[in-house]
Ligand binder design. Structure first.
Ligand SMILES: [Zn+2]
Ligand SMILES: [Zn+2]
Length: 251
């Protein structure tokens, strides 16, 4: 533990306790700049950039099929997933929120407008949601293709994954799964076209030893085709169990 460091102030040697200074800084900062709600601008609650009203308004994902996260009243496998063979690559998909207001505003703000405050709030919500979930050996954000990353300048899923991995103490691995080719934007494609669009899109690094249990992380899940393709690549490379955590599921 690094508990002190010698410095100087006006030529006088001083002892700087970094931990104590960081604590004082945080208290001072929250007094000078109290947390503001990223949705409405009102004062945030408990060092969180959301006010109590907006926090209560976030739409939870409803009881869902454990494989595809499609909403179901009873949380059992949906008819489509029941028909699929047992070697379906995704063992379980869990969504925190339904993709409705205000998620349909916050997630695009993070994705297209570099609103990292929105990202931190959503990552904190995800950390609270998954705190009691069985810990995987690694958290893998679904990667962007390098061309898309260059164009945008940041990876929105990584912006969620970093604080989430830190909060839950999970190893974050960005070296295992890669996007081999840039895929066409999926927004206007139906489920079959999305699957075709993603065939062979992901590749797993051959040189690294693979964890046996991983969780894929994505910001939004629509049909699940992206997660399915990434999970299939990981399973084919030898990962035993692949699950997915998503911030919001389109219902
Ligand atoms: Zn608010
Ligand atoms: Zn299902």
């Amino acid at each position: 533990m690094d508990d002190g460091q010698a410095g100087s102030l006006g030529g006088m040697p001083i002892s700087v306790n970094r931990f104590r200074l960081a604590k004082v800084d945080a208290v001072l900062l929250s007094w000078l700049l109290p947390p503001r709600c990223v949705i409405c601008g009102a004062r945030g609650v408990r060092e969180c950039d959301l006010c109590a009203q907006c926090l209560a308004m976030l739409p939870p994902a409803r009881q869902a099929c454990p494989r595809c996260a499609r909403a179901r009243g009873d949380g059992a496998l949906c008819p489509a997933c029941r028909r699929i063979a047992p070697d379906f690559p995704l063992a379980r998909v869990q969504a925190v929120f339904a993709y409705a207001f205000p998620l349909d505003a916050l997630l695009p703000r993070l994705k297209f407008h570099a609103d990292f405050a929105a990202g931190r709030v959503l990552a904190a919500c995800m950390a609270a949601h998954f705190a009691a979930a069985p810990a995987p050996q690694a958290l893998l954000p679904v990667p962007l293709h390098s061309a898309r990353l260059r164009q945008r300048g940041y990876d929105q899923t990584l912006e969620l994954a970093r604080p989430l991995a830190r909060a839950l103490g999970l190893p974050l691995r960005t070296d295992l799964l890669h996007r081999r080719r840039a895929t066409a934007a999926q927004t206007r494609l139906d489920a079959d076209a999305r699957r075709r669009n993603l065939q062979g899109a992901f590749v797993v690094s051959a040189h690294a030893p693979l964890p046996q249990h991983v969780v894929l992380l994505d910001d939004v899940m629509t049909t699940g085709a992206t997660l399915h393709a990434a999970a299939a690549a990981l399973r084919a490379a030898g990962v035993m169990r692949v699950e997915a955590w998503v911030c919001a599921r389109v219902v």
